[in-house]
Ligand binder design. Structure first.
Ligand code: ZN
Length: 438
């Protein structure tokens, strides 16, 4: 049976990164740390002199151990190498990259706020960076050229369209990307409507982000909307850095918050007073809880605004009750269940497993939410989310007692005349602004 979704929407993507990852070195199939020696390096994997890759996951390796820089050093003694983990929250680098980053001012002598530089027993850097330590290094990588960036966007939008989407919400916009996309829009070379947010790395970074957003607002485009600011307050379950109310199994850690509560409140105030929306990456149950409490305290002072909670992979019932008076939309990715359900019981305490992927609990409590993919962390595929919802309901996740398609439709049905036709096994056709794309 052919079904239709109007303005078919992926509510959480990293638009540019989709194309960057697709064009770059992909390590999803790496079956062990040592297998990196069999990788064939192509010219497009370079950013200036650096080799960049994405997608390794030590949970797929028999050792389950994080990798070490010495493995990379044997293969790449003279080239800086930067390989991002599959969740985008950690990186594996070699000694040449440590040297190059140090020259650029990266401080390997201590952990940055909200991040960890892995060390061995002797205190030696092992070459794995977590969360803010990873992000700080990523921000120091050489930039792609504008021509490379445009080519990456072309790949990104093609993949989104093939996955069934005409509308998407980008959590990684910046001014350079906005200008390139505006030009593509003027040239009628765009086939996705993009809602966008700009990431602030910390409170001190917020004024820069607010300025970038003002510049975007002065350069409007019919297919691009800028909504607000994105913050990361915790990490990921796979790196054991998502902030939980209890320790991870067989572990001394329950993750961490990369923003202090006071900083979150200050950011909410500044952003809401600027009439912008706030999107906050919260994966662990305690991260969600603390952000919701902070938003309630700011709201109680009469400063109101929209709060988007990204991922919300574990939410306790009492936190859902606290969400009710706020203007909250949650953005969830059923496909993460497909990728992660096999190992989640090995890392999460039983109490928290009960509260995983709580789409049905949110629906019952009338908390708004949308579905997306988190591409390129997962591929941006409408039917993969359908599959995830069907299979998770057969396992332990409470089934969504509603038409799942509603959660993949953009709330503004008038934003272009676009629709997607599909059946359970394939995307049949995608119409963007009235024109068929496939
Ligand atoms: Zn994301």
């Amino acid at each position: 049976m052919i079904q239709t979704i109007k303005n078919c929407y992926d509510s959480h993507i990293h638009f540019l990164a989709i194309g960057q990852v697709a064009a770059g070195l992909q390590l999803q199939s790496l079956a062990s740390e040592l297998e990196i020696q069999n990788i064939q390096i192509k010219p497009q994997y370079y950013r200036e002199s650096w080799i960049q890759g994405f997608g390794w996951d030590q949970n797929k390796w028999s050792s389950k151990k994080f990798p070490h820089k010495k493995t990379l050093d044997q293969i790449f003694p003279d080239t800086p190498v930067f390989l991002s983990r599959v969740d985008g929250h950690a990186s594996w680098i070699n000694s040449k990259a440590v040297d190059a980053l140090t020259k650029k001012g990266y401080d390997f002598s201590k952990n940055p706020v909200g991040g960890t530089i892995a060390r061995d027993e002797q205190g030696e850097v092992t070459g794995v960076l977590f969360d803010q330590a990873h992000i700080n290094a990523l921000l120091m990588m050489p930039h792609f050229t504008d021509a490379q960036t445009k080519a990456h966007f072309e790949i990104s939008q093609k993949l989104l369209n093939q996955g069934g989407f005409t509308h998407a919400r980008d959590l990684s916009m910046n001014l350079n990307s906005w200008q390139i996309l505006s030009q593509m829009s003027d040239d009628k070379k765009i086939s996705v409507c993009v809602d966008s947010f700009v990431t602030a790395e910390n409170l001190g970074d917020l004024p820069r982000v607010l300025n970038e957003i003002s510049a975007m607002k002065k350069n409007p485009s019919p297919f691009l909307k800028i909504h607000g600011v994105k913050l990361f307050v915790d990490g990921s379950l796979g790196s054991k850095t998502a902030f939980l109310s209890q320790n991870y199994l067989q572990s001394e850690t329950h993750g961490m918050m990369s923003w202090a509560t006071d900083e979150i409140k200050q950011a909410l105030k500044m952003i809401w007073q600027s009439k912008l929306e706030v999107a906050i990456h919260t994966i662990g149950d305690q991260a969600v809880h603390e952000v919701v409490l902070a938003a309630r305290q700011v709201s109680a002072e009469g400063i109101l605004g929209r709060l988007h909670l990204e991922h919300v992979q574990i939410v306790r019932p009492e936190t859902i009750q606290l969400m009710k008076p706020l203007h909250i939309t949650c953005h969830m990715q059923p496909c993460h269940w497909l990728s992660d359900h096999s190992w989640l019981p090995e890392v999460l305490p039983v109490d928290l497993l009960k509260n995983l992927f709580p789409w049905e609990a949110l629906r019952k409590n009338k908390i708004a939410f949308d579905f997306g993919s988190d591409a390129p962390i997962e591929p941006s595929l409408l039917l993969r989310n359908l599959q995830a919802l069907q299979l998770s309901a057969q396992k332990s996740i409470p089934a969504l007692a509603d038409d799942w398609k509603k959660y993949h439709a953009h709330c503004d049905l008038k934003w272009t005349n676009s629709w997607t036709e599909f059946d359970e096994s394939s995307i049949r056709q995608v119409y963007f602004d009235g024109q068929p794309l496939l």
